[in-house]
Design a protein around this ligand. Structure first.
Ligand code: SAH
Ligand code: SF4
Ligand code: F3S
Length: 450
């Protein structure tokens, strides 16, 4: 019998990317092959995100679209995983009766077995319904994290990601993550280091440590190093480039600041979500830091590492956000000068505290604020990119350019994308490139002498 094909579709954050990679490994081990085509797949799995309402809505549209495929191919198994599965559980099976499987993130390892049971039923001519559709969405095997192989790679294996912790304890008032991913749980440092070494042996040169709140790694878990200590251990493996995401501004001790610009592999790029520039909104969001303490942290980081590139996340239209509060956010963008910003309209999420707050900002006003902010940031990003013109940056060459012939694409240490002329044998090497031109989302340069 030809191997069955699985098509995994992933939304959301690095946690889901990692889970999908892991599921692909589990399925491959169970004899499945992977495909990008929904039309030819025997199993379609949506790994979902629930961070904003739009994200959750998008899932339902996708699930609706594949419904017709099932009419053409009765044996097709459709599953939903990730955070919408965790949140909605069995209700999804009622809302979309053509779904076969709903599996929360902690139960991913059960999927190959569930599929086997479902397939056995359909192949003996019985539809996979009723008790065959056992959802596995409760959360109990968190402790398995330590035994998971928590890594995945991109760019032909050059860029690697290692999950170092799961969950979040912060309970920012707008956020569903702590409810859906549970409390923080850090992986053992020994495991992490073993995995980094394995990745290096397999050719990874640029490594990102992942978690919703990586800089509280090890806190409250006896026997594990602190996050700065972990970074030093990882750097000592000989990895060429090291990054981490996401870090919360509240857990940024001087020992961590000091590593920027001094710990060789640690790159000059940091994602440091601020969410808002208004103290009142930050307090209502329960972010714990103030505008001033955040700006002080940015100053310390830049004193320590002058070329540091910073990116951030912003929520506009948080309940009670006045025009003045919004202006504080705009002025914060001007003051910090971020290299890039990810911005979102506030969205009410189930279970969160802010969903019950008063003074909701009208949708239209949120839209206006978002557009204004994005336009402003576009100019800042362009100016930041333009400042690289004339500089020589170390570029890790990832691939041939998809747009221009004889051009290569790679990333600088600050993670900016650079295109330059060159032949494919440079792929995988790190070469100096002189920047000649800057655009909104990338740079163009020419190879330079060392
Ligand atoms: N752990 C990270 C990011 C979590 S989610 C952190 O603490 O920064 C990624 C981003 O989604 C957040 O930084 C925030 O900007 C946005 N976000 C989270 N919940 C949201 C909501 N209810 N409405 C709009 N944006 C939200
Ligand atoms: Fe959500 Fe806040 Fe945790 Fe980030 S730190 S995942 S925004 S609760
Ligand atoms: Fe989304 Fe869940 Fe990640 S809600 S951002 S996929 S933890």
């Amino acid at each position: 019998m030809a191997p069955k094909k699985a098509c995994l579709i992933t939304f959301g954050c690095q946690m889901n990317e990692y889970d999908s990679g892991r599921l692909a490994d589990l399925l491959t081990a169970a004899g499945w092959t992977m495909t990008d085509s929904r039309d030819t797949a025997d199993f379609i799995f949506f790994n979902t995100c629930s961070i904003r309402e739009k994200a959750a809505q998008r899932l339902l549209n996708h699930v609706e679209q594949v419904r017709s495929l099932k009419k053409k191919k009765p044996g097709l198994i459709i599953g939903v995983g990730g955070c919408v599965a965790e949140q909605e559980g069995e209700k999804l099976l009622t809302d979309a009766p053509w779904l076969d499987l709903v599996v929360g993130p902690q139960h991913l390892p059960t999927i190959p077995d569930l599929l086997e049971k479902l397939t056995a039923k359909t192949e003996t001519g019985r539809a996979a319904t009723g008790s065959g559709r056992r959802p596995a969405w409760s959360r109990e095997n968190l402790a398995e994290l330590g035994r998971d192989d928590g890594s995945r790679t991109e760019a032909g294996g050059l860029i690697g990601f290692v999950t170092i912790m799961q969950g979040c304890n912060n309970y920012c008032t707008y956020c569903v993550v702590p409810y859906l991913r549970g409390p923080e749980l850090s992986r053992g440092a020994g495991d992490i280091i073993d995995e980094v070494k394995r990745l290096i042996d397999n050719g990874v040169k640029d490594l990102t440590l992942l978690g919703q709140n990586v800089n509280s790694y090890g806190l409250g878990q006896s026997g594990e190093p602190t996050f700065p200590e972990l970074l030093e251990k990882v750097a000592a493996t000989g990895i060429e480039r090291l990054r981490f995401t996401t870090s919360h501004p509240k857990d940024f001790p001087p020992e961590l600041v000091r590593l920027f610009g001094s710990l060789g592999p640690l790159c000059e790029g940091l994602h440091l979500p601020v969410q808002s520039g208004s103290d009142k909104v930050l307090k209502d969001m329960r972010r714990v830091y103030t505008r001033d303490s955040y700006l002080r942290l940015v100053d310390d980081l830049r004193t320590q590492c002058p070329g540091l590139s910073l990116t951030t996340d912003i929520i506009v239209g948080f309940p009670g956000e006045t025009e003045k509060d919004f202006e504080d956010t705009v002025s914060l963008l001007d003051t910090v000068g971020y290299d890039a910003m990810f911005s979102f309209k506030y969205s009410d999420r189930p279970q969160t505290r802010s969903a019950a707050f008063e003074n909701k900002v009208p949708e239209e006003e949120k839209g206006r604020r978002l557009t204004y902010l994005q336009t402003r940031q576009k100019d800042i990003t362009l100016a930041k990119n333009a400042a690289h013109v004339g500089q020589v940056l170390e570029v890790l060459v990832e691939r041939e350019s998809d747009r221009y012939e004889n051009q290569l694409t790679g990333r600088a240490r600050n993670f900016k994308l650079i295109h330059f002329d060159g032949s494919p044998e440079l792929i995988g090497r790190t070469v100096p490139v002189r920047v000649e031109e800057a655009w909104g989302a990338s740079l163009r340069g020419v190879r330079a002498e060392k």
